[in-house]
Design a protein around this ligand. Structure first.
Ligand code: NAD
Length: 489
């Protein structure tokens, strides 16, 4: 499989497993490889290796530039294998080529290189010199230094939709700050994670610093309940995020959770129509709707809504669906048949709730293989309905009308999630005032900067998560502040 071993990577050794799981290309339903499946013994060994590497190895105590130099070599390894990895993103995750290359490989690599530089900016901080009262009635002149120490052993658990991006994001934050890791990917995209074992080997990462295991819920449970694990960094659904919180509670682990969303795109009546339409289309069709921060709730001013919906429906009907091995394909498949059935179920829910289906709503013709579904758009949707409130994780957009900015902001905020969002308006000042009122972790005005910026913190509030990735503050989440005080004079 793309020259990636079908073995687990534990303590710098490649370990065989007796269990194997066929990994399916969601566009063709062909088996692309037999992935190893770790058992509880493998997970135990991986945690033990990470624990020993943290407690006894050099990694946690290395100077930051030394760690950065090793991790740069890992990134160089990925760069040299770009073609292989992008091909695997297409075949394992079903991403279109325009998404797989620039967005799922180049962008996270740029973020990772920036993050390594950001890590070098984190230095010990002196607290101000202070006079503090002593018990004998005198006063002491004192000061202290705060250093940022790694948290310890980190379990990194990832979903299937942006496998390379998310595996890299999790590991680079944790490793550069001196933690040791056990990575467990989604069972749908195991090979994307095993390539990190090869990169660790190539870069000369000390034994046990990075371990890569596979498996599903049982493996995830073990990685979030074992008392030798100090922190869990998880990206996935809010449902599993809350389960992990409960699993990690008895052993009081630090949690970093990047969860789901139902983000709103607000289109004011003064918006540039062509740009807003394109953003609206992308918001539910990119990666077949399988993106956490996609703007699947499209709030459109009622004065322009009828024409906007007509045009958006026409654009949705024109999306080229197919096997992403073809570079002209715009929208690939859902990850598995179960995911497609979930989308079909939500279409029925939307109809039952009184929404008007204006585009899509069924499996596309002409495919006897692959988990494809049409780009689907509903109008006249009630923001309180299930279709507007629940994360579908499929290619369904809902249009909801509004009459005032206040109503648009109130509806955007009327969600259990708080991940992303967007506002389109030619009055940028007004859009900024509205953006300040929207309760989400990120928001883009008129498309923002095009893509996510490398030092911009990313993450959610409410049911979309706890903590941030990227930027100096996010790196600190993978550390603890330790203060050492001493006499100042
Ligand atoms: P999922 O939550 O079903 O699974 C994610 C991972 O958790 C998998 O590796 C799975 O094996 C593991 N897991 C399942 N049960 C577990 C348990 N009890 N304990 C520990 N681990 C367990 O998510 P998915 O279907 O793979 O991905 C889609 C979800 O991910 C969506 O909700 C999406 O919004 C979210 N997501 C969020 C972000 C973000 O940055 N906020 C990015 C991408 C995806």
């Amino acid at each position: 499989m793309n020259n990636i071993p079908a073995k687990l990577f534990i303590d710098n050794r490649w370990c065989d497993t007796t269990d194997r799981d066929p990994v399916v290309n969601p566009a063709t339903e062909e088996v692309i490889g037999e992935a190893p499946v770790g058992n509880s013994g493998h997970i135990d060994e991986a945690i033990a290796a990470a624990r020993t590497a943290f407690d006894k190895g050099p990694w946690a105590n290395m100077a930051a530039p030394e760690r950065v130099a090793v991790l740069e070599k890992m990134l160089d390894y990925f760069t040299a294998r770009r073609e292989d990895i992008v091909d695997l993103i297409v075949r394992e995750a079903g991403a279109s080529q325009m998404l797989a290359g620039p967005m799922q490989f180049d962008l996270p690599m740029k973020h990772a290189r920036t993050l390594l530089q950001d890590a070098l900016k984190i230095e010990p901080k002196m607290t101000p010199i202070e006079l503090t009262p002593a018990m004998d009635g005198t006063r002491t002149l004192g000061t202290s230094v705060t250093t940022y120490i790694p948290r310890g052993v980190v379990s990194a658990i990832t979903p299937y939709n942006y496998p390379f991006f998310l595996n890299l994001g999790k590991l680079i934050h944790a490793l550069v700050m001196g933690n040791t890791c056990v990575l467990k990917p989604s069972p749908f995209t195991p090979f994307q994670a095993l390539v990190f074992g090869q990169a660790a080997e190539a870069a000369g990462l000390p034994a046990g610093v990075l371990n890569v295991v596979t498996g599903d819920i049982k493996a995830g449970e073990q990685l979030t309940t074992d008392k030798r694990v100090d922190m869990v960094t998880f990206t996935g659904s809010d449902k599993v995020g809350s389960a992990i919180m409960a699993q990690a509670a008895p052993t009081l682990k630090k949690l970093h959770l990047e969860l789901g969303g139902k983000s709103a795109l607000i289109v004011r009546k003064d918006a540039n129509q062509a740009e807003a339409l394109m953003a609206a289309l992308m918001g539910f069709t990119i990666h077949c709707g399988q993106g956490c921060a996609l703007t699947t709730r499209i709030l459109v001013h009622n004065d322009i809504r009828r024409e906007f919906v007509e045009q958006l429906a026409a654009m949705a009907n024109g999306v080229k669906i197919g096997n992403p091995a073809d570079p002209s394909v715009q929208m690939g498949p859902l990850i598995r048949e179960q995911a497609r059935q979930r989308v079909e179920n939500y279409v029925q829910i939307g109809l039952d709730e009184g929404g008007t289906l204006v585009a899509g709503g069924k499996r596309p013709d002409g495919f006897d293989k692959g988990f494809f579904y049409q780009a689907t758009l509903f109008d006249n949707v009630d923001n309180r309905s299930r279709l507007a409130q629940e994360e579908v994780f499929g290619p369904i957009g809902v249009v909801i009308g509004f009459d005032s900015d206040e109503e648009a902001v109130a509806m955007a905020n009327d969600s259990e999630y708080g991940l992303g969002g967007g506002i389109y308006s030619s009055d940028v000042g007004r859009a900024y005032e509205m953006a300040l009122q929207v309760r989400t972790g990120t928001l883009a005005i008129n498309g923002g900067s095009g893509t996510m910026l490398s030092s911009a913190p990313f993450g959610g509030i409410k049911r979309s998560g706890i903590g941030r990735e990227y930027g100096v503050e996010s790196l600190l989440e993978f550390t603890d502040a330790r203060n050492i005080s001493f006499h100042g004079g």
